[in-house]
Design a binder for this molecule. Structure first.
Ligand SMILES: NC(=O)c1ccc[n+]([C@@H]2O[C@H](COP(=O)([O-])OP(=O)(O)OC[C@H]3O[C@@H](n4cnc5c(N)ncnc54)[C@H](O)[C@@H]3O)[C@@H](O)[C@H]2O)c1
Length: 256
């Protein structure tokens, strides 16, 4: 029997990268998976693949930055799939822009997607989870700890995710809902492609992070390696862990 047998899991941003790997793994472990993503075509394709493998899954096309429809969509998931046990808040966006050049609209879009949507999804999902307990997993980033030029809004949003995680862990503990986060380092996904180039394959990345051992494991991570951490946080084995952050970065942040 799978580690998530009988559970219903929502994965936001489940149409690509870390979210897709998580949806795939959760499904293999027996969960019914609901993918919420603004890329409807990719979400439907992911769900078709899961169904072909014999799993139950559904796709909901939604821009979570808009906020207004989140509660209704999550209520629809609960009605269609019967319950909600796990929420993986994963959908996020990155705007590469200097502090001086970033517009208010760009700033707001990053915060709406990466932080406010996490809050809104958690609030809506917790209404269902209160009936039987559950698990919320917020995908953060090493940018909550470190920072670099041109990533101010993203770093601020991920710092916010950390504190939101701790706060929800306290407020939802009486309902037997555990809330934890994962801070990935450099992971090879479409998000690591900047201007058409995968930044984890550039000479600059290799020279700065790999050859020097700044990432002690001397490579970028894979989406499946973040999904594996999410599986632990979603499983029954995680019953006494809440408010914690798992840094999954090949050791990057210990060499700073
Ligand atoms: N890739 C990395 O190196 C890395 C590192 C640290 C943290 N992360 C975090 O991991 C998570 C997943 O990132 P990824 O690398 O898999 O990215 P990705 O770009 O491959 O996938 C993101 C998914 O989220 C969806 N999405 C984005 N904005 C949305 C919105 N407003 N509404 C609905 N769906 C939306 C996209 O359509 C896409 O399917 C993010 O929270 C990201 O911040 C990634």
């Amino acid at each position: 029997m799978g580690r998530l047998a009988g559970k219903v899991a929502i994965v936001t941003g489940g149409a690509s990268g870390i979210g897709r790997a998580t949806a795939n793994l959760f499904s293999r472990e027996g969960a019914q998976v609901a993918i919420l993503d603004r890329n409807g075509a990719a979400a439907r394709e992911t769900v078709e693949n899961l169904r072909r493998a014999g799993a139950e899954a559904g796709a909901w096309e939604v821009d979570l930055a808009e906020g207004a429809v989140t509660e209704t969509i999550i209520a629809n998931v609960a009605a269609e799939m019967g319950r909600i046990d796990v929420l993986v808040n994963n959908a996020a966006t990155y705007v590469l822009r200097s502090f001086a050049q970033m517009t208010r609209e760009e700033w707001q879009k990053v915060l709406d997607t990466n932080l406010t949507a996490y809050f809104l999804c958690a609030r809506a999902a917790a209404k269902e989870m209160r009936k039987h307990g559950g698990s919320i997993i917020n995908i953060s980033s090493v940018h909550r700890i470190i920072s670099e030029p041109n990533s101010g809004a993203y770093a601020a949003s991920k710092g916010g995710v950390s504190q939101l995680t701790r706060n929800l862990a306290i407020e939802l503990a009486p309902d037997n809902i555990v809330v934890n986060s994962i801070s990935p380092g450099f992971i090879r996904t479409p998000m690591s492609v900047v201007n058409g180039v995968d930044e984890t394959t550039t000479p600059n990345f290799i020279d700065t992070y790999v050859k020097t051992g700044r990432i002690p494991l001397r490579r970028a991570g894979l989406p499946e390696e973040i999904a594996a951490a999410a599986l632990f946080l979603a499983s029954r084995e995680c019953g006494y862990l809440t408010g914690a952050d798992l840094v999954v970065d090949g050791g990057l942040t210990i060499t700073l």
